[in-house]
Every structure is written in structure tokens, then in C-alpha cells.
Write a protein that binds this ligand. Sequence first.
Ligand code: PEP
Length: 252
Amino acid sequence: SDGKKVLVGGNWKCNGTRDKVASLIAMLNDAGEFPANAEVVIAPTALHVGKVLDEVRKDVNVSVQNLWSEPKAGAWTGELTVDLVKDFGINWCILGHSERRAYCNETPEVVGNKVKIALEAGMSVIACIGEQLSDREANKTMEVCKAQLDPILKAIPEGAIGRVVVAYEPVWAIGTGVTATPDQAQDTHKELRAYLSEVVGPKDAEAVRIIYGGSVKGANCEDLIKKADIDGFLVGGASLKDEFKQIIASSA
Ligand code: PEP
């Protein structure tokens, strides 16, 4: 990942009792020095984000898991707007996670709009894309990823591409225990970078971090991170375990 910081994201999803969150904060705070080229971002639930922000070590960035599709606070029951999130000092968001695409009807256009809102407000974005198993079996991986990526790329304001991280998360690998092999992940990351290069130019395409997500664990992170186009991870299940430290350490 030549010169780029390795991004290690932890997506806690809808998990975490207060006790569990306290122990995860302690786990991170007691983990010792992170590798110099690791950039760590964790996304607790909206309920826990304030506590995490107050108590976690300052070299752990805190993220929300979603944003509302309008930029300003107001009559949006149950939602979080970018201005409120920023007021809290939170500068990261995960957008377009496959669970939100699948269960909350987030279309590629909806995700693109949210990316625009977040970037215009100065936030950094982990934008998630990825194909279903049936897409992969039909040789449609890149077609599906491009259709998800296009509205995201169109949404990037001038000069903001440095705040975009693309998370390639094949849906068949999320929460299933089936990880893409390092070669499978590398092949898709390489194709994604080539596509980025066509759309945004080679310099920006090289600088954008493309991170892999889908059953990343302590046991497979070392082999994945060795690959030329894998610039970090988005971790679900294993971010709720002690082994998240090991995944952070793999960026050394
Ligand atoms: C995720 O939710 O982004 C994810 C990759 O989950 P898991 O690591 O549990 O597969």
C-alpha cells in the first residue's frame, strides 16, 4: 500500500451492551502503540458513539454507520444529520453498507447523495460497494461494483477525493465466515483501481485507499494486507473481539 496509511475500520453494526462497549474501549486503550502507518476508525452504534468519543484513545477515529439524506438537522425522526454528527466532533462515516442497501432500500443514487452531503461537510467517507454471490457466479462482479461506484464518484466535490475510502465488501463474504481469498480480493481491487483510474485519473486512483471487508480475522489479515491493491480492512464481527488488535497490528 506504498506510502498510504493502512485504514483499519471496525464496524460494530447494531451491537454492544454498555458493558461490552466499556470492554472494547479498554481493549483498544490498552493495546499499546499502533503501527505508525495504521489509521484506525471504529463505528459504534449511535447510542454508544458519545461514550466512545469521550473515552477511547485519541488515535482512534470515531465514525457513524450512516447519515440522513438531508444535510441539516430538523424534523427527521430517528435519523442523524451531518451537521449534528460534525458538531460532536465526528469526522468519519460509513455509507452504503450492504446491510443498508439490502434492508433500508438504499439505492446507488441514495448512497451517492449521502456521500456528497458528507464530503461537502468536510467529513471522511468509507463508501461500501460489493456484489452478491449470484453476481459473482454470473461474472457480473465489476458490472455491479461499477454501478454502485459511479454515483459515489460523481458525488465527489473538487479536491475531496483524499477523504474517500472505497470498501470492497463482497456480500457473500460479510458475516459468513467465507473470506475472499487474497487473490480473489486482489483481482477485484486491481480492477476497481483500473476503473477509478479511467474515471478520476491515475494519480487520484493510486491515492485512494481501497479496503477489503468480509470475514476479515486475525488469522487471514496478514495474507490479505500483503496484496498490492489492498489498503486496509473494514471489519465487522472481529472488530468486537480482542483479535481486532491483531488486525490493526497487521498494517505494520
Ligand atoms: C462488515 O460488516 O463490513 C463486515 C465486513 O462484516 P464481517 O467482518 O463480520 O464479515
